[in-house]
Design a protein around this ligand. Structure first.
Ligand code: BES
Ligand code: MN
Ligand code: ZN
Length: 481
C-alpha cells in the first residue's frame, strides 16, 4: 500500500473513500457541504462511541464516520484499532484510495497509530492461495492541517517491517529453513545497507558454540548464526545494543517429541529472530543514529539418529557444561551461545526475543509478553518502549531460588527442570547465567507472536510482535547515554 501525508482537505485529494473520526462530546471538525455528517450523528445512525461505524456518500465518494470515544482515552492503541475497523469497512466498500482525516489536536503517536492500524489490518498472507478477486486499498492518504509527513513516513517504515516479519513467521518451515532465512536476511541487509555475516553450522561448532550446535545436529537442514550490524554514525558514547533472536525454524521438540495436536504451530518458533532482522532493517531505513548488533540463531529442532539425546552433556561457548535433560527446551540452548557471543563482541546492552516457553502463555496469554531482566534501568527502558508501541510487556521475577532449580547433578546446569514449576522463570534464569552482569532483558513472546485477537490483526498467524518495540528501545538507549 502506498502511504502519503497531505495537507489537502480529504475531499480535495481525489480519494474515493474518506474516514472521519468523531470524539464523544464533540462535533465533526469538517462536515460535508450540506451538513450530512452532523445529520447522521443527530439521527443516531452514526455514534461517537468507540469503534462505531456509519457510512454515507457524497459526490460518488464513500464517507466512513468512526466513533473515537472519549478524547482523553484516545491514544496510539485506540488509533490502531479505529484504523483497523475503518479499513475493514473501506475494503468491504471496495475502496481503492483511502483518506484519513486526522482529528484536530492529536499527537504524532495517534497519527502513527492510524497508519499502523490500517497497514496491519490490510495485511494478508496469501502466498499459497489461489488469487481470488481480492480488491485492495492501494493508497492511504493521511490528511491534516499541519505537515504530518514525518510520523507518516516513520509509521509506514515500521509497519512495513512488522508485516515482513509476519511473512517470515507465516512461511512454513519447508520453505524457510535456516539457510533460506539467512539468505533472506543477507538480501534485506544489502538492500537497506547493513553489514552482514553468516556463520554456517561447521563454524558454529568449531567456534565452541556447543549448546547451539547440539540443537542443530539432529536436522539435515544446516544451522546458521546470522549477524547484522548497524552503525548509524552515533558517537562512541552510544552504547552498543545487541538484539538477539531465537529462530528455530521448526521445533518438533527433538527426541523429547511434542504431541501432534499443535505441533504445526512450531513453524512460528522463529518469530523472535524475524523480529530482530526486521527491527534492524527498520533502524537502517530510518537512519536512526544508533549502534546495534543483531544475532539470530537459526536452526531446526528435529529427532534423528544424529539428534542430541536427553542426558547428553554439552559445552557452551563460555565453557558452561549443560545437561540436556529435555531436548524440547532447545531455545535457551541456542540463545545461551548467542548471548555469550554478543558479550564477546562487546555488547553493552542486550535484549533477547524468543518464543521460549508454554509457561508464559499460561501466565500472560497473548496480551503481554513476559519480561525478565537483571537490570532495573534497562528493564524500565523496555517497559517504556512497550507502552509507547502498544506491544505490551509484563515484568516477571528472577530469583536465586529459580536459579537453584537449574543447578545440575552431572553438569553445571540443566536445560530443564523435572517439576513443571515456573518454567518461564527458570528459562529466564538459564539465560541470566550467560548474560552475567551485562544489562540484559529477555522477552518471552510465545503468547504474543502468533494467533492474537486484536481488531487490527485481521489475518491470524504471525503478529510481528517486537519489531516496533525493539526499534523504539534502540532509539531510547541513545537518549539515555
Ligand atoms: N518453542 C517452545 C515454546 C512455545 C510453546 C512457543 C508454545 C510457542 C507456543 C519451546 O521450545 C518449548 O518447547 N518449551 C518447553 C520447555 C520445557 C520442555 C522446559 C515448554 O515451555 O513446554
Ligand atoms: Mn521446544
Ligand atoms: Zn522452541
Amino acid at each position: 500500500m502506498n502511504v502519503e501525508a497531505t495537507t489537502d482537505s480529504p475531499l480535495a485529494t481525489g480519494a474515493d473513500t474518506i474516514v472521519v473520526g468523531v470524539f464523544e462530546g464533540e462535533d465533526v471538525a469538517h462536515d460535508l457541504p450540506q451538513g450530512e455528517l452532523s445529520a447522521l450523528l443527530a439521527s443516531g445512525e452514526a455514534r461517537r462511541k468507540f469503534k462505531r461505524l456509519a457510512v454515507t456518500h457524497f459526490e460518488s465518494k464513500r464517507v466512513i464516520l468512526v466513533g473515537l470515544g472519549a478524547r482523553g482515552e484516545f491514544g496510539g492503541e485506540r488509533a490502531r484499532i479505529a484504523a483497523g475497523v475503518a479499513h475493514r469497512q473501506a475494503r468491504e466498500l471496495g475502496a481503492s484510495t483511502l483518506c484519513w482525516e486526522v482529528p484536530h489536536h492529536v499527537s504524532n503517536e495517534i497519527v502513527e497509530g492510524l497508519v499502523h492500524g490500517t497497514l496491519l489490518h490490510a495485511y494478508r498472507f496469501e502466498r499459497y492461495k489461489r488469487k481470488e478477486d481480492s480488491r485492495q486499498v492501494g493508497t492511504l492518504l493521511v490528511s491534516a492541517h499541519h505537515d504530518v509527513s514525518e510520523p507518516v513516513r516513520t509509521a509506514a517504515i515500521l509497519t512495513g517491517a512488522q508485516n515482513r516479519a509476519r511473512d517470515l513467521g507465516n512461511t512454513p518451515a519447508n520453505d524457510l529453513p535456516p539457510a533460506a532465512l539467512a539468505d533472506y536476511a543477507e538480501e534485506l541487509a544489502s538492500r537497506v545497507g547493513l553489514r552482514h555475516t553468516v556463520l554456517e553450522e561447521g563454524a558454529i561448532r568449531e567456534q565452541g558454540m556447543g549448546a547451539f550446535a547440539a540443537v542443530a545436529q539432529g536436522s539435515d537442514q544446516t544451522a546458521r548464526l546470522i549477524r547484522l550490524d548497524y552503525d548509524g554514525g552515533a558517537d562512541s558514547r552510544t552504547p552498543l545494543v545487541a538484539l538477539i533472536g531465537k529462530a528455530v525454524t521448526f521445533d518438533s521438540g527433538g527426541i523429547s517429541l511434542k504431541p501432534a495436536g499443535t505441533m504445526h504451530e512450531m513453524k512460528f518458533d522463529m518469530c523472535g529472530g524475524a523480529a530482530v532482522i526486521e527491527a534492524i532493517a527498520a533502524l537502517a531505513e530510518l537512519r536512526a543514529p544508533v549502534r546495534v548488533m543483531g544475532l539470530i540463531g537459526a536452526t531446526e529442532n528435529l529427532p534423528s539418529g544424529h539428534a542430541v539425546k536427553p542426558g547428553d552433556i554439552v559445552r557452551a561457548l563460555d565453557g558452561t557444561t549443560i545437561e540436556v535433560n529435555n531436548t524440547d527446551a532447545e531455545g535457551r540452548l541456542v540463545l545461551a551461545d548467542c548471548v555469550s557471543y554478543a558479550r564477546r563482541e562487546g555488547a553493552e546492552r542486550m535484549v533477547d526475543v524468543a518464543t521460549l516457553t508454554g509457561g508464559i502463555v499460561i501466565a500472560l496469554g497473548s496480551t503481554y509478553a513476559g519480561l525478565m531482566s537483571n537490570d532495573d534501568t534497562w528493564a524500565s527502558a523496555v517497559e517504556a518502549s512497550a507502552r509507547r508501541t502498544g506491544e505490551l510487556v509484563w515484568r516477571m521475577p528472577l530469583h536465586h531460588e529459580y536459579a537453584d532449580m537449574i543447578k545440575g547433578r552431572y553438569a553445571q546446569i540443566v536445560n530443564s527442570t523435572t517439576k513443571r514449576e515456573a518454567t518461564a522463570l527458570t528459562a529466564g534464569e538459564f539465560l541470566h547465567h550467560f548474560a552475567g552482569e551485562v544489562p540484559w532483558a529477555h522477552l518471552d513472546i510465545a503468547g504474543t507472536a502468533f494467533d492474537v485477537r486484536r481488531p487490527y490483526f485481521a489475518d491470524r498467524g504471525a503478529t510481528g510482535f517486537g519489531v516496533r518495540l525493539l526499534v523504539e528501545l534502540a532509539i531510547s538507549a541513545l537518549a539515555r547515554s
